[in-house]
Write a protein that binds this ligand. Structure first.
Ligand code: URA
Length: 207
């Protein structure tokens, strides 16, 4: 059964997908092949947020299915989960041409879709993959400083735990970054346990 939200009890992930299909709020709809709304368990405990679809994602309609996606999928499996146990989405739902960085207007236009997806899924942990996702929520944070450290903050009316990781695409060609990413990734199961135990993760305090 689709989960509903308190704020808009009728809205489902499929409704949001339909809105994304019809979206003309920024010019990226003109160059897209497929929409890449996000995929996974609609009741997932973990919600990963990447940057934007690349070529493989634009062709398939699935997030993180190219080289970076392969690494992400492998890392998810190292912690005993599969892609279908988590939810994976991006800040942008349509591919920027030539994989350029998302523009501020595009991020702004696309934001309500991601925000409502998070509300519907209601994850225990939101994981940023790279700086674009991190800075959408925390504009001043630096990924090189906060990666691998969880923090809790009031967001959308509830206490939410966040974890920032290096982006798998950046780690693909940088051995030491990949090592760091894999080390940070391994912290996820313990963190979920702590969240479930309602451990005293302090508000806004990095751990
Ligand atoms: N990089 C991203 O940020 N998202 C994808 O879906 C694929 C690559």
């Amino acid at each position: 059964m689709p989960k509903t939200t308190d704020i808009n009890s009728a809205e489902t992930l499929s409704d949001i997908e339909r809105q994304i299909t019809n979206c003309k709020k920024c010019p990226l709809y003109k160059t897209k092949t497929k929409d890449v709304p996000g995929a996974g368990d609609e009741e997932a405990e973990i919600f990963f947020i990447g940057e934007a679809p690349g070529k493989a994602e634009d062709l398939s309609g699935e997030p993180f299915v190219g080289a970076a996606g392969k690494l992400l999928t492998e890392m998810i499996e190292t912690i005993g989960l599969t892609r279908s146990d988590v939810f994976i989405a991006n800040v942008l739902k349509h591919r920027p041409p030539e994989n350029r960085d998302p523009l501020p207007d595009e991020v702004e236009a696309c934001w309500p879709y991601l925000s409502r997806q998070i509300e519907i899924v209601g994850p225990k942990l939101i994981i940023f993959l790279g700086r674009h996702a991190l800075n959408r929520f925390f504009p001043l944070a630096k990924i090189s400083e906060v990666h691998g450290r969880a923090f809790k903050k009031k967001w959308n009316g509830k206490e939410q735990v966040f974890l920032a990781l290096y982006h798998p695409a950046a780690a693909l060609y940088n051995g030491s970054m990949k090592e760091t990413l894999m080390k940070d990734f391994k912290k996820i199961p313990k963190l979920i346990e702590k969240i479930i135990e309602n451990n005293n993760l302090k508000q806004e305090k990095l751990i």
